[in-house]
Each structure stands twice: as structure tokens, then as C-alpha cells.
Design a protein around this ligand. Sequence first.
Ligand SMILES: C[S@@+](CC[C@H](N)C(=O)[O-])C[C@H]1O[C@@H](n2cnc3c(N)ncnc32)[C@H](O)[C@@H]1O
Length: 266
Amino acid sequence: MNTVTNIRITTAVKTNASLYKQVEDAFSVLSKLASIQNVQIIKRRKLTINQLFQRDTTPLIVFESSGPKLYFTPDTPIYFHLDTVKVKLHMMKQRKMPVLIEMLDEITTDFTKFNFIDGTMGFGRDTYLILKHYQQAHVYAIEQNPLIHYVISEGMKRYLTEDELRRIHYINDDYHNWVEQYPELVDILYLDHMFEETLDEDDRMGELSRNIEIPSEIKSVSHFEYLIVKAHYKSEIFKKFNTIQCIRKSTKTHYGLRINQNYKFE
Ligand SMILES: C[S@@+](CC[C@H](N)C(=O)[O-])C[C@H]1O[C@@H](n2cnc3c(N)ncnc32)[C@H](O)[C@@H]1O
């Protein structure tokens, strides 16, 4: 379960009625969460983010016209952004497929529809890619940190069509709990835990890793028809989850696959 946290919310300096409304909506949603103890709306005035952190270091969500941004520290906001996904989608138009898509193409050849469970949504880039690429997929995007869950899901929704909004399900939970509760929904479970050794301390992934709960041990899972894990090539997770590690010589990021032959009939 998540550690209980506090949160402050405010608007961009250049504000408008829509941003105020988003702050009010966020207040009402976040106040209801058991994992959030206190939600405080603060007046932005002309204060910089640095100034807002001078006396109070409580995490802060800032509503901007481009979407909500979460600050754990004043330097590196966490928000939904399309940068790397755009590059991947562009490459895919030229038939250069990311490994995850190649694996899913193999697995789903005979599927008319399927559920893709992204157990570790994080910045939501993989969720977004799958949602855009597979029109026959329902994507369940699970994120245990309530603040990351909120800003990434609200940020991503702005980029989705009506059809995609029907096919995405954002869930604030630990994926272990969720898959145990809904085993019948788990066609493909995808896990991309933080991989410590490749983290660049200064980037947004570094910022995310410093502010989430990293368990000392990752529990194994059994509720899935197909399991795909992404991790650093030296990670213990491939063995732990009993996956076949797909070796890629040119990169440190590897993928592992495990198939539960009779899962849906068990
Ligand atoms: C490396 S990031 C995932 C990046 C993501 N694949 C993307 O495309 O942006 C890992 C995320 O998984 C979340 N996480 C870790 N363990 C989890 C768990 N047991 N249940 C749900 N979320 C979890 C972390 O809070 C973090 O946000």
C-alpha cells in the first residue's frame, strides 16, 4: 500500500477559469483518496516554483494549459509528455518496430481483441503506444503512486480520441492486488520496474525513481496468460519471474517473456 502523502495544488501564473476549475476538480478527486492525508489549494500569485518550495516542501501539482505537472522538487516536473513516444510512432510508420510491439504482434496474431495490463504505468509512454497501435486492445494502466497516477492519467487523456478513452482504464493500485482481484481480465501483463543501473540521476526518470516506493524485493506473479517484463539486462527479475530473456546485444534494456499455457482454463 502507498505511503500516505500530502499535496498542494495551484495554477500557472497566467491563469484562467478553466485552470481554476481543474484545481477544484483535482481537490475533490484527491481529497477522497485514503493515500492522501491533506490537499491544499494555494494561491499562485506571481510566485515562482522555487519560491513555492522555499518554506514548504510538500509535493505540488501545477495546472497549466498544457496539462498538470507534478513537482516533488522545484527542478524536474513529472507530467505526461509525448517526446519519446512520438519518435517511436514515427519510426513505426517506417516499419521499424519497437521490441515491445514486435513481441505483441507475435502474441496477438490470432486475437480479435485483448486486454493489455500495464502494471507499472509511470510516465504512461508504453500505455499510450499500445493504445494508439492496437485498436483491438483494452489497456489497464496501473500505477501505485496516487500523485503520479493522477497527473499522468489526466495529462494523457488530452491526447486521446473518444474511442481510446473508452479503451483505457486508469487504476491507482499495486498491480499485485489488482491482478489477484481481476485474474480473468489479465491476457497480457507488462511490467517495467525501475531499473536502477541505467538511471540518469538528472533526468525525469531519475526524479520519478527518487520519489516512488521501491520495494526491497519484487513479489512474483502468477495471474497472466502472457507476461512481458522489461529490465536492465543484469536484472534478477528475468529469473525471478521465470521468463525467457530476449537478448539484445546493442542495448542494456532487455525483455523477458513467459507464457502460462492453460491460464484461462485453470
Ligand atoms: C520505470 S516506471 C514505468 C515507465 C513506463 N513503462 C513508461 O512507459 O513511462 C515504473 C513505475 O511503476 C510504478 N510501480 C512500481 N511498482 C508498482 C506496483 N507494484 N504496482 C503499481 N505500480 C508500480 C512506479 O511507481 C513507477 O511509476
